[in-house]
Design a protein around this ligand. Structure first.
Ligand code: F3S
Length: 412
């Protein structure tokens, strides 16, 4: 199959729009050729990962600078994944000046290319919100899962270079999850327990990862059950916050870029449940939750909420619980800068900071360079547990959102 290019794409490839756009199109053509794409698709939005200098290093930064020097300019809305530090308030997080200088060079390179330097893994909360059926090119695994599944937009999981290439051309190759046949579910997963708190959703991601461990890679699950509003004591247990946490967890532990959930996600209505059935029991959920904790409460010296980045509702809840209180451990609340601005206006920031807790805006406890600084992390996120343990070598304790805030107030 030969990749067909439009006259506009051919002119980019010929270098008519500058070196960076030419290089970007070359990347997309190479990718499209590998995956047998017939054409490139226009994309409505881009989200670029690999922003932390901790991950990029000097070689990555040099490549970004070359693309900026080559005249690269975003041709569609493009935002960034979390960086390695709070861009404005990095000294409060113990980031070194040397790291901060290099991280700022990364941000500057993106800004020169017209990429919006809003550094967040929840772009859908801050205005980078695609519509159902729209083609996009996103990179962060939890956001990819959310966009494909909860919104019904269409994206593969992009790498750093291919996402930047998409931003500079507003194109992506038509393969993988951009094509309807590849979005069809191939296995049914019945969720037997009724899910309650967001903690159940984050544990469910790990439980599904364990169920699919021995299955063929690339399965798209069709989920049934788990959503009993009466059990949750609310209209639906599947709140935005629960779903963003589930997407992060199921992308981490099962590698899923897409799931369908009967009665919940928009594309589920298009398909019948596949004949192959797996079951997640209450015991599976309990074991998954237990497996994410190897620290005792008295070992915790670091507390973090906001993986994925906090919504304004979660910040409001934190302010409610921290009003007039004092935290006694290093406590980061990670969120996007536009969300923090709303928190400032609502007075939540003042309440939270008066308690001694810190906002870690633009960054998170995984991409910040904090390896070796702490012994044990308490969090409400299964994804944060995975990377705290594997990347930063911390012990972990998985608790509910409210329990994390309670523990932060206890004397170490
Ligand atoms: Fe976001 Fe960092 Fe978690 S990028 S999903 S807060 S690991």
């Amino acid at each position: 199959m030969t990749l067909q290019l439009t006259p506009y794409e051919q002119s980019l490839l010929a270098g008519d729009q500058g070196r960076a756009a030419q290089k970007a199109l070359q990347i997309l053509v190479a990718l499209g050729t590998i995956y047998n794409a017939e054409r490139l698709l226009p994309v409505a939005s881009v989200q670029i990962a690999g922003v932390s200098y901790d991950n990029l290093g000097e070689a990555g930064l040099q490549w970004l600078s070359e693309m900026a020097d080559g005249g690269g300019q975003a041709q569609t809305l493009a935002t960034l994944n979390p960086a390695g530090m709070d861009i404005q308030n990095w000294p409060a997080l113990g980031i070194s000046p040397a790291f901060a200088a290099n991280q700022q060079r990364v941000i500057d390179a993106f800004t020169r290319m017209g990429v919006v330097a809003a550094c967040t893994c929840t772009p859908y909360l801050i205005g980078n919100l695609p519509r159902y059926g729209e083609h996009i090119a996103w990179a962060e695994s939890s956001a990819v899962c959310y966009a494909n599944s909860v919104i019904g937009a269409r994206t593969n999981r992009e790498g750093g270079p291919s996402a930047l290439a998409a931003a500079l051309t507003a194109r992506t190759p038509a393969y993988g999850l951009h094509l309807e046949p590849n979005r069809r579910p191939s296995v049914t997963i019945v969720i037997e327990p009724s899910l309650g708190s967001a903690l159940d959703f984050t544990a469910l991601g790990k439980a599904i990862g364990q169920k699919l461990e021995s299955a063929a890679p690339g399965l798209i699950p069709y989920l049934r059950g788990g959503l009993d509003p009466a059990e949750a004591g609310a209209a639906s247990p599947a709140s935005l916050e629960a779903l963003k946490s589930f997407c992060a967890s199921v992308a981490t532990y099962a590698g899923l870029p897409l799931f369908h959930w009967e009665g919940l996600t928009p594309e589920a209505a298009l398909y019948a449940p596949p004949a192959d059935v797996l079951r997640v029991t209450a015991d599976d959920l309990r074991l998954a939750r237990a497996a994410l904790s190897d620290a005792r409460p008295d070992e915790i010296d670091f507390v973090s909420l906001g993986c994925p980045h906090l919504s304004i509702q979660e910040i409001a809840r934190a302010a409610q619980l921290l009003r007039g209180k004092r935290v006694r451990k290093e406590f980061w609340l990670t969120t996007a800068r536009p969300t923090k601005h709303i928190a400032d206006q609502m007075g939540y920031t003042a309440i939270i900071e008066a308690s001694g807790a810190k906002f870690a805006v633009d960054t998170c406890c995984v991409v910040a360079p904090i390896q070796g600084r702490f012994a044990a992390l308490a969090t409400d996120s299964a994804k944060a547990c995975y990377y705290a343990s594997s990347k930063n070598k911390f012990k972990t304790l998985l608790l509910t959102f409210d329990e994390v805030i309670q523990l932060a107030q206890e004397t170490p």
